[in-house]
Design a protein around this ligand. Structure first.
Ligand code: R5P
Length: 291
């Protein structure tokens, strides 16, 4: 099995190759033509091989690179390709909210699976996106990776910043055998939210080590407000953990100012990338490309 890491996911791809017992690992050559078009070339002897191609699609450029790499891998004679999209861009538009809109998650799924034998992704915005694939598609979770990290840290209470994250925080709570709670969130606009404490907190907050658990941090608005609310209520320390750390603009600095630690997985490169989903992705590969 060969592992190839696109420019958006080189480090994670290398970690996956290590998880597979140091499977041959390659980084494609990429450049731009003078007219701005993208060029990619994969190396290595891929003929008759199974290939794991890893590329998050945070930007349109990442997506285009992935599509070109898939074709390049097939052209190189690979037997089968498992396409790993650790952060699946456009997943938020998972339905038509207004007339005239596309279902972006569906069209991306269709195009990404075109030259793939199986697709693996991590913590999709909504699990229904998996149904858009006609090939075998799997979703890994970022929760075990964060749990492996938090096991070494003091944690009294796990908190989801909204009730939509209850399943996630509950799963983390099960793995760490800790209590959990979910805040009540009211979204004002795409960058502003209002948060309040629930009436059923499992313990008083004073002096406690609280970890906020979210799937994605984008503008940081949610985590900043959640950390401020917990701070006002006397917690001893507050950390923020997420699977996908986008940290747009100054989000990282704003969160750093109100928290003690920030943890993210490596589905995207960022300064908080402390937990790896490589073992969780490697674990799915035998199902994605069965012997
Ligand atoms: C919302 O449902 C998500 O779980 C995240 O809480 C949200 O997308 C984070 O966005 P932001 O960082 O922009 O507040």
């Amino acid at each position: 099995m060969h592992v190839i890491g696109g420019t958006a996911s080189t480090a994670l791809a290398e970690r996956i190759s290590r998880e597979l017992g140091n499977a041959p690992f390659g980084i494609p050559f990429t450049k731009r033509f003078p007219d701005g078009e993208m060029y990619v070339r994969v190396g290595g002897r891929l003929e008759g091989e199974d290939v794991v191609l890893v590329q998050s699609t945070r930007t349109d450029q990442d997506l285009l690179e992935l599509l070109l790499l898939e074709d390049a891998v097939r052209e190189s004679g690979a037997r089968r390709t498992a396409v790993v999209v650790p952060y699946f861009g456009y997943a938020r538009q998972d339905r038509r909210f207004f007339p005239g809109e596309p279902v972006s998650a569906r069209t991306l799924s269709r195009h990404i699976e075109l030259d793939a034998d199986a697709v693996i992704t991590v913590d999709l915005h909504s699990p229904q996106t998996l149904q858009h694939f006609s090939k075998p598609a799997f979703e890994a979770s970022g929760i075990p990776a964060i749990a492996r990290l938090l096991r070494e840290r003091p944690v009294d209470l796990l908190v989801s910043p909204d009730r939509g994250g209850i399943e996630r925080v509950r799963r983390m709570a099960q793995l760490l055998e800790k209590p959990w709670a979910a805040l009540i969130k009211k979204r004002i606009d795409s960058e502003h939210v209002e948060l309040s404490l629930p009436s059923d907190l499992p313990m008083p907050l004073e002096g406690k080590h609280v970890v906020l658990i979210d799937d994605v941090i984008t503008t940081g608005g949610t985590i900043v407000e959640a950390a401020k609310l917990l701070g006002k209520n006397g917690v001893g320390a507050v950390s923020a953990a997420c699977t996908h750390g986008l940290f747009l603009r100054d989000a990282f600095e704003r969160i750093k100012a109100v928290t003690d630690e920030i943890y993210s997985t490596d589905t995207l490169g960022n300064p908080a990338e402390k937990a790896s989903v490589a073992p969780d992705i490697a674990q799915l590969l035998p199902r994605a490309l069965p012997a």
